[in-house]
Design a protein around this ligand. Structure first.
Ligand code: PLP
Length: 468
C-alpha cells in the first residue's frame, strides 16, 4: 500500500513513513493510492467481533507489510483495554430509528482517544524498529492535546509539545494537559486562536532544518493513521445496526473534518452509508461552503463547543482531492488561493460530487443548548455541547427506514458548565479524574511567534540533543 500527496509533488511513501511524517513535503496530505475494500460477508461478521478486533481488521487494510498483523491485533487490544465501557464504542438508542454512538469512554473522555491510543503504539513500534526518536508538535483546540499527552506520556522515544489557545479551552481540558508530570510532556499556551496554533505547527513543518533536527512528527488529524483508526467505528456501528443488509446514516460534529472523513473512507471501502451529515457550530465554514460552493474563512467565534471552533478544516483538502480526481495541480491552486486571500471557489463539477455524498448544516448556541435540554428531558440523556450540535442538526432530518447514528464525541463531564446551564444537571468527572482540580499545573505561555516556539522546542527535545 503506498500513499500520494494531495498536491501531487511529493514522493510516494509507505504506511510507516506516512505515520511518522504527517504533512507531505509539498504541503499536501497523504491519501492511499487505492481504496481497499471490505466485503459484505466480512462486514456482517464484524457484528459478532470485539471492537479491538474490528479495528485491527480495518486498519490492517492500510498498513501493508509495515506492521505485522498479529502485532497490530495485540496493539489494538492493548489500546482499547483501558476504556471505561466493555463495548469500547457502544450504541445507545435515542429515538425512533435514531442512535448515539458513544466515543468518549477512553481515558481523556473524548473520541480522540480511539485514534491516539493506537497511534502511540504504532509510532513506538516503528521508531523502535528504526532505532530513532521523534518530537511531536501538535495544535489542539482542547481534546487532541489531552488525548496525545495521555497516549504518549512516559514514552522513551517521543517528546510531546502541545500548543493550545490560551484561555479558550475548557478548564477540564486545560488541566488534563497541564497536570501531567512526565518529563517528555510539554504543554504550551499560545496567545492566539486554535487556527493560530495550527498555523504555527504548519510553519514549523515547513522549516526543513528544524523538522529534520528534532525529527518532527504530527499527531493532528492530518495524520493518516488517526483517520483509519476512526474508520473502524463506522464499521462496528453499521454492522451492529444490520449492515451490509441495511444502509446506515451518520451525523458528525465536525471541526477539522477528520472524523467525518473517516466515514467517507468507510464508504469508499464498501460500507453502505446512506448519508454523511456534517454538523458545525457557529463557526460554520463547511455549512456555508455547501450552501455557496465557496470556501471562505471568517474570524473564529468562541462557543461552548470549543473543539469545533475552527475555520480552516485541514482534512477538507483530502475531500477536495477526491472530488477533483486527485489532480494535484488543481488542489494546489485552490489551497494557494486560501493562503493568499482566505478563500477559494470549488469548481461546479467537484462541488456537485461533494454534495452527492455529504450534506452540511449548523447549530447556533441556543439550538445547541436546546438540544442538550431536549435529550435530557425526553430520555434522561446528558449530551456534551459537541454532541448536541450534531443532535440539533440530525433532529431536523425526517425519520426514515435508515437508522441515523449521531456521533457522541465527548463525555458531558468534560464541559460541565455548559451542560449544567442547559439541563440543570452537573455531570461528575469519572473516578480517575476526580482530583483533577487539586493537581499541580505546569505549562509555558508563548506569543504567537514561530521563532520563539522553535527555540522553546529545540532547547527541550531529546531528538535534537542527541544530534547536536
Ligand atoms: C476534535 C473534536 C471534534 C471535531 O472532530 P474533527 O475530526 O476535527 O472534525 C468534535 N467534537 C469533539 C469533542 C472533539 O474533540
Amino acid at each position: 500500500m503506498d500513499y500520494f500527496s494531495t498536491r501531487g509533488r511529493a514522493p510516494r511513501l509507505g504506511f510507516a513513513d506516512v505515520l511518522l511524517g504527517g504533512l507531505a513535503p509539498d504541503g499536501g496530505l497523504y491519501l492511499p493510492s487505492v481504496w481497499p475494500t471490505i466485503s459484505g460477508a466480512e462486514i456482517a461478521a464484524f457484528a459478532a467481533m470485539p471492537y479491538a478486533d474490528v479495528a485491527a481488521d480495518v486498519v490492517s487494510r492500510f498498513t501493508g507489510d509495515d506492521i505485522p498483523g498479529d502485532l497490530l491485533l495485540s496493539m489494538c487490544r492493548d489500546a482499547y483495554a483501558g476504556f471505561g465501557h466493555k463495548a469500547v464504542a457502544p450504541l445507545v438508542q435515542s429515538g425512533p430509528n435514531a442512535w448515539i454512538l458513544e466515543l468518549f469512554h477512553g481515558p481523556t473522555l473524548a473520541f480522540k482517544d480511539l485514534a491516539m491510543q493506537l497511534l502511540a503504539r504504532l509510532m513506538d513500534h516503528v521508531l523502535g524498529a528504526r532505532g530513532r526518536r521523534a518530537t511531536i508538535v501538535g495544535a489542539t483546540s482542547g481534546d487532541t492535546g489531552s488525548a496525545a499527552i495521555e497516549a504518549f506520556r512516559g514514552s522513551s522515544k517521543v517528546d510531546v509539545f502541545i500548543l493550545f489557545p490560551k484561555g479558550r479551552t475548557s478548564e477540564v481540558q486545560q488541566r488534563q494537559m497541564t497536570t501531567v508530570a512526565d518529563e517528555n510532556v510539554h504543554a504550551v499556551a499560545i496567545e492566539g486562536s486554535f487556527d493560530d496554533c495550527q498555523a504555527l505547527v504548519k510553519a514549523l513543518f515547513a522549516r526543513d532544518r528544524f523538522r529534520e533536527r528534532v525529527a518532527m512528527a504530527a499527531i493532528n488529524s492530518i495524520n493518516w493513521a488517526r483517520i483509519v483508526a476512526q474508520t473502524a467505528y463506522y464499521f462496528s456501528a453499521a454492522a451492529a445496526l444490520g449492515a451490509p443488509g441495511r444502509k446506515v446514516s451518520f451525523t458528525v460534529p465536525t471541526g477539522n473534518f477528520g472524523d467525518i472523513f473517516a466515514g467517507h473512507v468507510a464508504r469508499r471501502m464498501g460500507l453502505p452509508i446512506d448519508r454523511l451529515v456534517i454538523a458545525t457550530n457557529r463557526n460554520d465554514i463547511l455549512a456555508r461552503t455547501f450552501a455557496e460552493g465557496r470556501y471562505e474563512v471568517r474570524g473564529v467565534v468562541p462557543t461552548e463547543s470549543p473543539s469545533m471552533d475552527i475555520q480552516i478544516s485541514s482534512n477538507f483538502e483530502r475531500l477536495l482531492s477526491e472530488a477533483l480526481d486527485h489532480d494535484g495541480a488543481a488542489v494546489t491552486r485552490l489551497m494557494h488561493g486560501l493562503a493568499q486571500s482566505g478563500a477559494f471557489t470549488i469548481p461546479d463539477g467537484a462541488m456537485e460530487r461533494i454534495r452527492g455524498e455529504f450534506s452540511a448544516d449548523r447549530a447556533d448556541e441556543a439550538e445547541t443548548a436546546e438540544a442538550m435540554a431536549a435529550a435530557w428531558n425526553r430520555s434522561g440523556y446528558l449530551a456534551d455541547p459537541h454532541t448536541a450540535v450534531a443532535l440539533a442538526v440530525a433532529g431536523r432530518i425526517p425519520v426514515s427506514d435508515v437508522p441515523m447514528v449521531t456521533l457522541a464525541t465527548a463525555n458531558p463531564a468534560k464541559f460541565p458548565a455548559a451542560v449544567e446551564e442547559a439541563t440543570g444537571v452537573r455531570p461528575p468527572l469519572p473516578a480517575h479524574l476526580r482530583d483533577l482540580f487539586e493537581r499541580q499545573e505546569r505549562y509555558t505561555v508563548l506569543a504567537n511567534d514561530v521563532r520563539a516556539l522553535e527555540h522553546h522546542i529545540e532547547a527541550r527535545a531529546r531528538a535534537a540533543t542527541l544530534e547536536a
